[in-house]
Design a protein around this ligand. Structure first.
Ligand code: ATP
Ligand code: MG
Length: 225
């Protein structure tokens, strides 16, 4: 299978005031093939979220390469990078990051790329996605009035709005009871079967085991992949 994303000798360093700098990611090499389902594991502070940010094109490395679909991001302007990110990547977070006073439908309608399509088409797509995640009866509920598992399913529908190839999830089941967590995993399996590339950070071994591959990270380095 072809690679969808490659990280080559990637380094990420944060400046921490007058105390100097801190290497969060040290020489990361990782190839992700199109359609893979990967779990990222490692202790707190290991650099998992930072790695996910790099994979998700949310930030640029200090050195090394990020190649996505034959684009080396070094060659892209910030604007081009943002555009590519919106088309290619959907994000799911531990704390859902929904707008609490907006309905499920309006939350799913938020992502920007699709905004250029006619309103009717957008609404139809959002409805179809909410149906796909099993929330056809909750479309007009405010997200603050939904359970954790329902909120996360709205967040997954939102992540799918621009039809990204890659779904990135940072502890997607971290705030859920095990039954709701299983529901989220079922959806990920379904999306995986449809050809999406899924990359999920998790602390939960039973979740990680469901992936095709586990990438272990420790102190900013990949220790197994
Ligand atoms: N903006 C920043 N400036 C300075 N240091 C940072 C910044 N963001 C993260 N760090 C540091 O980088 C390290 C890795 O952070 P990261 O959030 O990637 O860890 P993590 O593996 O996701 O941990 P957790 O499991 O707790 O979420 C941590 O020690 C953190 O304090
Ligand atoms: Mg984290």
């Amino acid at each position: 299978m072809e690679d969808i994303l490659t990280l080559k000798d990637l380094k990420k360093t944060y400046n921490i005031g007058k105390y100097g700098s801190f290497d969060v990611l040290k020489k990361i090499n990782l190839r992700i093939r199109k359609g893979e389902f990967i779990a990222i594991m490692g202790p707190s502070g290991a650099g998992k979220s930072t790695l996910l940010h790099m994979i998700g094109l949310l930030d640029r490395p200090n050195s090394g390469e990020v190649v996505i679909d034959d684009h080396n991001i070094e060659d892209l302007s910030n604007r081009e990078l943002a555009l590519l990110r919106r088309k290619k990547v959907g994000f799911v977070f531990q704390s859902f990051n929904l707008m609490p006073r907006m309905t499920a439908l309006n939350n799913v309608l938020l992502p920007a790329v699709y905004a250029k399509k006619p309103r009717r088409e957008r609404i139809e797509r959002a409805q179809e996605l909410l149906k796909k995640v099993g929330l056809e009866n909750r479309m007009h509920h405010k997200s603050s009035e939904m359970s954790g598992g329902e909120k996360q399913r709205v967040a997954i529908a939102r992540a799918l709005m621009n039809d990204p190839d890659i779904i990135l999830a940072d502890e997607p089941t971290g705030n859920l009871d095990s039954a709701s967590g299983e529901g989220v995993m079922k959806l990920f399996h379904k999306l995986h079967k449809e050809g999406k590339t899924i990359i999920a950070v998790t602390h939960d071994t039973s979740i990680a085991k469901q992936a095709e591959r586990i990438v272990q990270i420790k102190d900013g380095k990949i220790i197994s992949k």
